[in-house]
Design a protein around this ligand. Structure first.
Ligand code: FES
Ligand code: FE2
Length: 426
C-alpha cells in the first residue's frame, strides 16, 4: 500500500519540498519550439509551482526567467521582445536570456544599478523541437542522448496539453499495460495494420487477451516493462515499454504498433494539481502524417465542435457511442480517455483508498523508485537517471518493441537485439 505520507512526498513538487528537490535534479520539458516562433509572443509557463516566462529573443536564443519582473513584479510574459531581450511593459527594464538586466531606462544615465539586478533564469536545451529546462540551482547534469530527439522534423510530432490532476497519477497511466485492453478499446475502426511477425493487429491482440503477463527489470533510467500476450503457433506478442525517471515513459503508441517508432509522454508538474502532458510521436522509418495526428490526438474538441472534452462536461460521454464506437464513448482520442481516467481520481488521488492488484506491479515499482530518488536527493546523492558522466549520455538501451516472436525467446534477452546503437553499459 502507498501511505498518505508517501503520496505527499511524491506528489508535492513546489520549491523546498522533498519531491520538488528530486524533480529539480532532472532536465524537464517546458515547451515546444513551435510555440516560440521567431518574433512570437513570450509563453507564460508554470513548472513545479514556479511562475516563469519562456521566450525567444531576436537572435533565436531561448530563455526561461522568473515571471514577475525583478523591478516591481509585473508579468514579463506580456513584455516586448526587442533590443536583445525581453522588455517589461511597466517601466521598460530589459532582460536577456540569462536574466541579466540590460537596461533600466527610467534611471539616471550614470546609474549602474542594473548591474546589481538579475532575473532568476534557468538553463535550457532546445532539441528535437522541444525545450528542456534544468530547475536545479547548481551545474546542470549531462543531457541524455535520446534517439527520438535526433529525428528529422518530418519524422516527429509533438503536442502539449494541460491535464487537471497531479503529475503522478497521470504518469501512472503510461506504465499500465492492462488498460489498453479496456480504456482505449475500439469497437469500430479497429486498427488492421499487422504487428510484425503476425497477421493480426495490436487491437486484435489487446481484445483477445485482456490479461497480459507482466514483468519488469530496473534500469539506470527507470524500468523496462515487459508485457506478453499469447499468439498463434507457439508465438507470443511482446510489448516492451519504459518508465523513465522522474515523470516520463517511452511507450508503443501508434507508430510502435508496427515497430517503426514509438511515443514518449512526459507529465511535468505545473503545480500539485495540474500537469503538462507532452506527447512526442516518432517514426524512424517514414515521415509522419502530422495532419492525422493533429486530428487524432490533438483534436480533443467535443461534439459541439467548440468545447473541449473535460471533466466539467463529463468528456461528452455518449452511451450510444459506448455501444457503437468505443469502450468509453468519449470520442477516439486516447488523450481524452487518459484524461478521464486520471482526472476523475481527484486532484491528488488518495492512494490509501486503492486496492492494488497483481496487474499494478509496474506502478508499485515506479513509486518505489520515485521514493528512493527522493531519499537519495535528501541525502545529497544523485538520483536514478541523472547523468553526470559525459561518457554515459547514451540512452539507446531504452527500447520499445511491439512484435510477435517465438514463445521460447526470453524477452529479457530479446530487447538487446532491438537496440538502435551500440548498447551502453547499465
Ligand atoms: S515592473 Fe517591470 S520595469 Fe517596472
Ligand atoms: Fe492510455
Amino acid at each position: 500500500m502507498t501511505t498518505r505520507e508517501e503520496t505527499e512526498l511524491m506528489c508535492r513538487t513546489g520549491p523546498g519540498t522533498p519531491g520538488g528537490n528530486m524533480m529539480r535534479r532532472y532536465w524537464l520539458p517546458v515547451g515546444l519550439s513551435e510555440e516560440l516562433p521567431q518574433g512570437g509572443a513570450p509563453l507564460p509557463v508554470t513548472i513545479l509551482s514556479e511562475r516563469l516566462v519562456l521566450f525567444r529573443d531576436e537572435a533565436g536564443r531561448v530563455g526561461l526567467l522568473q515571471r514577475g519582473c525583478p523591478h516591481r513584479c509585473a508579468d514579463l510574459s506580456f513584455g516586448r521582445i526587442e533590443d536583445g531581450g525581453l522588455r517589461c511593459l511597466y517601466h521598460g527594464w530589459l532582460y536577456d536570456v540569462a536574466g541579466n538586466c540590460l537596461e533600466q531606462p527610467g534611471e539616471p544615465p550614470e546609474s549602474t544599478y542594473k548591474n546589481e539586478v538579475k532575473a532568476l533564469s534557468y538553463p535550457l536545451v532546445e532539441k528535437g523541437g522541444m525545450i528542456f529546462a534544468y530547475l536545479g540551482r547548481d551545474t546542470p547534469p549531462e543531457f541524455p542522448d535520446w534517439e527520438f530527439l535526433n529525428a528529422p522534423e518530418a519524422h516527429r510530432f509533438h503536442l502539449r496539453t494541460v491535464i487537471e490532476c497531479n503529475y503522478l497519477q497521470a504518469l501512472e497511466g503510461n506504465i499500465d499495460p492492462v488498460h489498453l485492453s479496456y480504456l482505449h478499446r475500439p469497437l469500430t475502426r479497429v486498427d488492421t495494420r499487422p504487428v510484425p511477425g503476425s497477421t493480426k493487429s495490436a487491437d486484435v491482440f489487446y481484445a483477445e487477451e485482456r490479461r497480459p503477463r507482466l514483468d519488469l527489470e530496473p534500469t539506470d533510467y527507470g524500468i523496462r516493462i515487459f508485457s506478453v500476450r499469447g499468439a498463434d503457433d507457439d508465438k507470443q506478442y511482446l510489448r516492451i515499454t519504459n518508465f523513465i525517471m522522474p515523470c516520463s515513459a517511452a511507450i508503443v503508441g501508434n507508430e510502435g504498433r508496427v515497430n517503426e517508432g514509438y511515443a514518449v509522454h512526459w507529465h511535468v508538474p505545473i503545480d500539485d494539481y495540474h500537469n503538462m502532458r507532452f506527447d512526442f510521436v516518432y517514426n524512424r522509418v517514414r515521415p509522419l502524417d502530422k495532419e492525422k495526428y493533429r486530428t487524432r490526438i490533438g483534436n480533443v474538441t467535443g461534439p459541439d465542435g467548440v468545447t473541449r472534452r473535460s471533466l466539467d462536461n463529463r468528456y461528452f460521454q455518449s452511451r450510444e457511442a459506448m455501444r457503437t464506437e468505443n469502450f468509453t464513448g468519449m470520442g477516439g482520442s486516447f488523450n481524452v480517455h487518459d484524461a478521464f481516467a486520471t482526472e476523475s481520481m481527484g486532484p491528488i488521488s488518495d492512494r490509501t483508498q486503492e486496492h492494488l492488484a497483481t496487474s499494478d506491479r509496474i506502478i508499485v515499482r515506479a513509486r518505489h523508485q520515485i521514493l528512493e530518488a527522493i531519499a537519495d536527493v535528501a541525502e545529497g546523492k544523485e538520483p536514478r537517471g541523472v547523468i553526470r558522466d559525459p561518457a554515459r549520455r547514451d540512452r539507446s538501451h531504452v527500447v520499445v518493441v511491439s512484435e510477435v516472436i517465438p514463445k521460447g525467446v526470453d524477452p529479457k534477452e530479446y530487447w538487446k537485439s532491438r537496440v538502435q546503437k551500440p548498447q551502453a553499459a547499465e
